[in-house]
Design a protein around this ligand. Structure first.
Ligand code: TYM
Length: 331
């Protein structure tokens, strides 16, 4: 079985619809065909300022959401990044293989640093994508399920794997991004030409899985569309409607063409009303499951400890090989 690894940051009180449809849904599916490793990347989270108490809570809530959405700890290795020290260790070695200019070209870094002011942005924010490469390469992952916004980081991971292999001999599997086109980029409901994002979207543009379902339903009903009437999938001219159709199709498994037919002669209002209901039906049981995982924190922590232990077995073997290859003395 080929390996898969992916990660998600515990930097919000809830995952949003983009996180789920772009990434986590694929994580769940890949469990059927691959050996899967999924981590809550708390080391990445501290590249921007975090409150320690809030971070700890969000890390558990993230793990609980992954479980509630279908990550099965008996079939996947589910763990928290900081509990596997090899991530930080491999990251250092890879940082020494990464060009300063190469890292400077990462667009997510440039955007975030510009927002914070370059003087205030941390060095950790700069090396963030190298740590991400370490996450992936430690597990010899073949495929990395992510949304479109991670494509450039994945390209860096591939380059680092190839560079290391060329320089030191075959050590890493060169990973591939697993990006599912239909849901690779879910858009902001209020600004349907920008991606839905926890940091950039306005409150009403962002659908959070753990938000009050009624509030999310209202956000869907007040999504920005255009002045037309026909429900057809036309991302270029009807970005808002296209986004709603993508979400609708992904949540129900109905093809977009089937939805277009179903809404012939009806208006945007009908589409929004029905999608709002679909969403409520989706999030309600998820929220119940999240709550029950969080109610038994000792058990949740145990699941994560078991995951970390399993992850370490794989990660430590890769790291030992890397340390040997670069010329460190045996430990
Ligand atoms: P993060 O935590 O920002 O997002 C988690 C996943 O959600 C996807 N995503 C979206 N997909 C579609 N539409 C959207 N609007 C949308 N917004 C977010 C992201 O692409 C991502 O897959 N750097 C990563 C975390 C990471 C990682 C890794 C991923 C760290 N190490 C190793 C893969 C492998 C990030 O910030 O994701």
């Amino acid at each position: 079985r080929l390996r898969v690894l992916s990660g998600i940051q515990p930097t919000a009180d809830s995952f949003h619809l983009g996180n789920y449809l772009g990434a986590v849904r694929q994580w769940v599916r890949l469990q059927d065909t691959h050996e899967t490793f999924y981590c809550v990347v708390d080391l990445h989270a501290i590249t921007v300022e975090q409150d320690p108490k809030v971070l700890r809570q969000r890390t558990r809530v993230s793990a609980a959401q992954l479980l509630a959405l279908g990550v099965d700890p008996d079939r996947s290795t589910l763990f928290v990044q900081s509990q596997v020290p090899e991530h930080a260790q491999l990251s250092w070695v890879l940082e020494c293989q990464t060009g300063f200019g190469e890292a400077s070209r990462m667009t997510q870094f440039k955007d975030k640093a510009a927002k914070q002011g370059t003087d205030r942005a941390s060095v950790g924010l700069f090396t963030y994508p190298v740590l991400q490469a370490a996450d992936i390469l430690l597990y010899q992952a073949h495929a990395v399920p992510v949304g479109e916004d991670q494509r450039q980081h994945l390209e860096l991971s591939r380059n680092l794997a190839q560079r290391f292999n060329n320089r030191f001999g075959r050590t890493f599997v060169v990973p591939e991004a697993h990006i599912v086109k239909d849901t690779a980029k879910i858009y902001d409901l209020q600004d349907p030409t920008s991606k839905m994002s926890k940091s950039a979207s306005a409150v009403n543009g962002l659908v959070e899985l753990l938000d009050e379902p009624k509030r999310s339903a209202k956000k869907i009903r007040s999504a920005v569309t255009d002045t037309g009437r026909e429900v057809v999938y036309d991302p270029e001219h009807k970005a808002g409607v296209a986004n709603l159709l993508s979400i609708y199709s992904a949540l129900t498994g109905r093809a977009i063409s089937e939805l277009e037919t179903a809404y012939e002669g009806k208006g945007y209002g009908d589409l929004k009303k029905d999608l709002a209901e679909v969403l409520v039906e989706f999030v309600t049981p998820v929220q119940e499951r999240v709550k029950s995982y969080l109610d038994d924190q000792a058990e949740l922590d145990k699941v994560l400890a078991r995951g970390a232990e399993r992850a370490r077995e794989v990660a430590s073997a890769t790291l030992a090989k890397v340390y040997d290859r670069v010329g460190f003395l045996p430990g």
